[in-house]
Design a protein. Structure first.
Length: 160
């Protein structure tokens, strides 16, 4: 199995996701299950669907009682090193939260702007993040996002 890392720009850190369990992987998809590093009242565990070619990660965050807290989508840039079989997922800061009642919130755009201003993020990566965010929102608004949820849920079923 490959090694997975989450790289954050703010704060600057790279974390080995050694405790995440890969439940499915192919050339376009990685699906994992995980527990939070530090359990929170809001959620304790979840599953994530890395949509590699689209540049986003869709996560279902669950509470301790296994009820869905919300869906959280990260805009990411992925690098893969074949020699070491290692993926590094760089969080491009912009996120989309889908509440259980269907409300959609785009968050952390201020961090994206700060990262550009502070030269933490290049203009090329800023453009990439905005295009990926636009594409993700388009799938949510046109109803095709449900396909991604169906894929994730089909793999979650294998966990039970």
């Amino acid at each position: 199995m490959p090694t997975l890392y989450r790289k954050r720009l703010i704060p600057d850190e790279c974390v080995n996701l050694k405790d995440d369990k890969i439940i499915f992987i192919d050339n376009e998809t990685i699906i994992t299950s995980w527990n939070t590093f530090r359990p929170k009242a809001e959620f304790t565990h979840g599953t994530s669907y890395y949509v590699l070619k689209e540049g986003f990660k869709i996560s279902k965050f669950y509470k301790a009682d296994n009820s869905l807290a919300y869906i959280y989508c990260d805009i990411i840039s992925t690098s893969y090193d074949k020699a070491s079989d290692t993926y590094v997922f760089t969080d491009l800061l912009a996120d989309v939260i889908i509440e259980n009642d269907g409300r959609v919130r785009v968050v952390d755009l201020d961090e994206l702007g700060d990262a550009l201003t502070d030269n933490v993020l290049s203009s090329a990566l800023m453009s990439d993040a905005l295009h990926k965010l636009n594409n993700l929102l388009a799938t949510i608004y046109d109803g095709s996002f449900v396909h991604y949820l169906e894929v994730l849920e089909s793999h979650e079923a294998t966990l039970q």
